[in-house]
Design a protein around this ligand. Structure first.
Ligand code: HEC
Ligand code: HEC
Ligand code: HEC
Ligand code: HEC
Ligand code: HEC
Length: 193
């Protein structure tokens, strides 16, 4: 009886270490340089489209996160009274300094990804891969894997790597699986340069 309860206690302790302590040690927690609400801009009040900030240039190249000049179109002086907006103007717009955003979906340097074929030819929606980020109200803590240097969002929230949320995680097998579903059998060099 006693050895059984020791065994159960041991299993529970192991689970506790695996699920709560291990992720805490594995990931380094970094805050974004300032807070940003997508919803303030893309919601009913802001009324902006994704393309207003995440445009594709004339060569079909996706421009990623907008530069600070984009923000200064509306925020050269604060529109509201929030501390965030005050910091945006004082620390970035007035001195014309770029905001060092941390990218949740950043892939390792040896993997090649391009938005244009997915958005234009594949007609995919941003939500298919990024979930509801475009309507989010605040930026969560960026968690960086201390061993691989990847963001936790590449692996997915669940430490076991299993997820029931379709858009969560963007590991290689996910890219390859969707390519196969679309009858694409790419060689390694399609994604690794
Ligand atoms: C006012 C400009 C603006 C508009 C409009 C906008 N975004 Fe963004 N977006 C940003 C900024 C600034 C960042 C960097 C901070 C962050 O990660 O949210 C960003 C980052 C992102 C990211 C990258 C997240 C990551 O780190 O991997 C995604 C995905 C994204 N936006 C999706 C959208 C979608 C979808 C829409 C439309 C529903 C949209 N955005 C509209 C300014 C904008
Ligand atoms: C087309 C105009 C427009 C552009 C471009 C724009 N914003 Fe805004 N922004 C707004 C409006 C409107 C509000 C809401 C003001 C309010 O209700 O207080 C707002 C609010 C904000 C706030 C305050 C809300 C909060 O969460 O504290 C921040 C910070 C902000 N924007 C950052 C940015 C950044 C960073 C960029 C550039 C990537 C940007 N904005 C580009 C119009 C714009
Ligand atoms: C097929 C999946 C997929 C779709 C669809 C997609 N993205 Fe991405 N997105 C990614 C991946 C993967 C990355 C990381 C790219 C990298 O690190 O090289 C990324 C990165 C980003 C970034 C980070 C900035 C950067 O320069 O890399 C932004 C912003 C972004 N996406 C916005 C969008 C928006 C807006 C849409 C819709 C118009 C969209 N994405 C559609 C997969 C996707
Ligand atoms: C949800 C499905 C889906 C996901 C997820 C996806 N892709 Fe794709 N990808 C496609 C489709 C569909 C095409 C073909 C578009 C076309 O040419 O019509 C494509 C095309 C490509 C191409 C070829 C572009 C060219 O020039 O032919 C590359 C490279 C690529 N994807 C890389 C990636 C990487 C890297 C990832 C993961 C980070 C990824 N994809 C995730 C569906 C997906
Ligand atoms: C459709 C795109 C795609 C194709 C095709 C592809 N890869 Fe990858 N690969 C990726 C992405 C994205 C990553 C980074 C995310 C990850 O580690 O899962 C990656 C990561 C890797 C890694 C590092 C693994 C790790 O965990 O750090 C290796 C090794 C690798 N790929 C080898 C290959 C080989 C060998 C092939 C050909 C048989 C191949 N890949 C084909 C997209 C692709």
């Amino acid at each position: 009886m006693k050895s059984k309860s020791i065994l159960i206690a041991g299993i529970l302790f192991g689970l506790f270490i695996g699920w709560y302590v291990f992720p805490f040690v594995l990931y380094q927690r970094n805050e974004q340089p300032i807070q940003f609400s997508h919803l303030a801009h893309t919601g009913e009040k802001g009324g902006m489209a994704c393309e207003d900030c995440h445009s594709t240039n004339e060569n079909g190249r996706f421009q990623g996160i907008p530069a600070v000049v984009k923000c200064s179109e509306c925020h050269s002086v604060p529109l509201g009274t929030t501390e965030n907006e005050k910091r945006l103007v004082e620390e970035f717009i007035t001195p014309n300094k770029e905001i060092p955003w941390l990218v949740y979906s950043r892939q390792p340097d040896n993997a090649f990804f391009s938005h244009a074929p997915h958005i234009k030819l594949g007609e995919m929606k941003c939500e298919d891969c990024h979930g509801p980020h475009g309507n989010s109200e605040f930026l969560k803590t960026h968690q960086t894997n201390r061993i691989s240097g990847y963001s936790r969002d590449i692996w997915g929230e669940n430490i076991s790597g299993i997820s029931l949320v379709k858009w969560e995680g963007m590991k290689m097998d996910k890219c390859v699986r969707c390519h196969e579903d679309n009858d694409r059998r790419d060689g390694c060099v399609a994604c690794h340069k």
